[in-house]
Design a protein around this ligand. Structure first.
Ligand SMILES: C[S@@+](CC[C@H](N)C(=O)[O-])C[C@H]1O[C@@H](n2cnc3c(N)ncnc32)[C@H](O)[C@@H]1O
Length: 495
């Protein structure tokens, strides 16, 4: 039988948007879903672990009105925690978590979560080291990439949209997402209409692994207006009838003048594996366009006293910062800490090299060494270096940062000249070997470390380890790249 806890107060909101409360015996309760700070709720316990419980909200009794915006949430798909009928995890979109909270309060919440992480984990950081969060110029329509899933699980109707919160098998059909531009929404609606309504193509089932359509990925160069569409499918168990329908639907897509006018590149990618990950090694067919689209970013070059533009080539599987205009702000912020034109910069996790290119374009540094694990990323980066006429100023090292950082000959040769090291590691943490080596070389060499992170908890832990060595903290600067969500991006500067 379900365990219900009634009239419990939410203490605070923590990382990943979880609510935190305490049971009568002091055990932590982590609450999933859209939880408002300082509310009084009834909870259903979903898991009981040794050190904590997990729960979902089933009723809200009271909440602090100052945390609620006076205007209606901008998106009809938003899971509004204050709407009685929508309580429970499965009834709304899992994308935005905060549309009901006024933007200034969203910022306050992120600041509190970051401050708490550092207070708890990085004891050597004082409150004055942490700067106020920089707010986003756009609260909506800021995403340049969206990834929808197809499905038809609880009903016979086909859906294409985001997963319901905490449900891998439940898709919420999204007719209009307020985090992307209207133009991109129109392209998506047209594709859905052709695939799902006109040709009734089947949607992949994650339980049985049967049927056709898996994902719809749309990327956009915000400053070039180029759109790339990638339709991911599985045809492992496809009947010949389905195959004929598929061919007809793809022909129809290719022959739609409205789509051809708006979409620069349209691809279809086969993924017959159980994993959702796709890459260059999948079977990809180009319906029309080139293999890539372009994005441009503009920066102020203080030495030249002028605005300059950097161009980035984005291929179907490459990582690119999701909020272009805010990436410009983040990289300008990073440039403030690279002081000299003759600097050698080492970037340990680079992909498209957007940070490195932006720094060189801003007149910061004159040589860049780049370490990256994925060969496709190195290829993208090399293309981007050439497009921006920087090919003479870069050296690429392909492989794992934790191995190469220490052993690569070029890195070792340049160590004495490196004045800036940038680390923007994948989601979780810096590898312990990278931390050890960063601490070791700091004894001998004088450089600034810029650590860009999207996880305040692991950032605080890694910084604490670095401060055990020879570093001191200059600033911890949070920036809000993803309004309406719980994501927090931070740039930490260690000297
Ligand atoms: C958050 S992205 C960095 C994005 C980059 N700073 C930019 O703005 O384009 C993290 C990158 O680290 C790479 N990566 C993951 N593990 C790695 C490892 N062990 N060594 C080197 N690179 C790694 C990923 O392929 C990815 O390109």
């Amino acid at each position: 039988m379900d365990t219900i806890i009634k009239n419990i107060s939410i203490e605070k909101i923590i990382y990943k948007g979880l609510g935190l409360a305490r049971s009568s015996n002091g055990k932590k309760i982590l609450i999933k879903g859209n939880v408002l700070p300082k509310s009084v709720v009834d909870l259903r316990i979903t898991k009981s672990k040794k050190d904590f419980l997990t729960a979902e909200v089933i009723k809200i009794h009271d909440y602090d009105k100052t945390w609620v915006s006076s205007s209606t949430p901008p998106c009809g798909h938003y899971l509004n925690p204050l709407s009685e009928k929508e309580i429970g995890p499965a009834y709304g979109c899992g994308g935005c978590k905060r549309q009901v909270i006024p933007y200034d309060k969203q910022l306050l919440l992120k600041q509190q979560i970051l401050d708490d992480s550092f207070r708890k984990i990085a004891h050597k950081i004082s409150d004055t080291d942490i700067f106020p969060i920089m707010q986003s110029p756009q609260e909506l329509h800021y995403r340049n990439k969206i990834e929808y899933s197809f499905g038809s699980f609880d009903s016979s109707q086909s859906q294409c949209g985001f997963h319901a919160p905490w449900r891998y098998d439940q898709i919420i059909d999204i007719s209009h997402c307020s985090l992307i531009l209207d133009d991109t929404n129109e392209v998506i609606s047209l594709i859905k209409k052709i695939l799902l309504e006109e040709y009734s193509l089947s949607c992949y089932n994650t339980n049985t692994h049967q049927w056709l359509l898996r994902h719809l990925i749309v990327r956009r160069g915000e400053n070039t207006n180029q759109i790339m569409v990638n339709i991911v499918y599985s045809d492992k168990y496809l009947s010949s009838q389905d195959d004929i329908q598929r061919q007809k639907a793809l022909e129809s897509l290719s022959n739609k003048p409205e789509l051809r006018a708006k979409v620069a590149t349209c691809l279809i990618t086969q993924n017959n594996s159980l994993s959702e990950n796709i890459s260059n090694s999948n079977n990809v067919t180009m319906l029309w366009g080139e293999w890539y689209i372009f994005e441009k970013m503009t920066f102020w070059q203080s030495e030249g006293n002028k605005w300059i533009q950097a161009t980035f080539r984005i291929s179907p599987f490459s990582f690119f910062q999701t909020n272009t205009s805010w990436a410009e702000v983040l990289f300008s912020e990073a440039a403030k800490h690279v002081t000299q034109q003759q600097d050698t910069i080492l970037d340990l996790y680079c992909w498209t090299w957007s940070i490195g290119i932006s720094l060189l374009k801003q007149g910061k540094g004159n040589f860049l060494i780049w370490i990256e694990i994925i060969q496709q990323a190195i290829d993208d980066a090399w293309e981007n270096a050439q497009i921006n006429w920087l090919q003479d100023k870069v050296h690429f090292v392909s492989g794992k940062a934790e191995k190469l950082f220490r052993h690569d000959e070029v890195v070792r040769l340049h160590l004495a000249k490196i004045t800036t090291i940038i680390v923007d590691p994948p989601r979780d943490w810096l590898h312990p070997k990278v931390i050890r080596f960063l601490n070791q070389i700091k004894k001998e060499y004088n450089f600034t470390l810029l650590y860009i992170s999207c996880n305040p908890t692991t950032l605080a832990r890694d910084i604490d380890l670095l401060l055990d060595g020879w570093y001191s903290c200059q600033t911890i600067q949070p920036v809000d790249m993803f309004p309406q969500t719980y994501h927090i991006e931070t740039i930490a500067v260690l000297k």
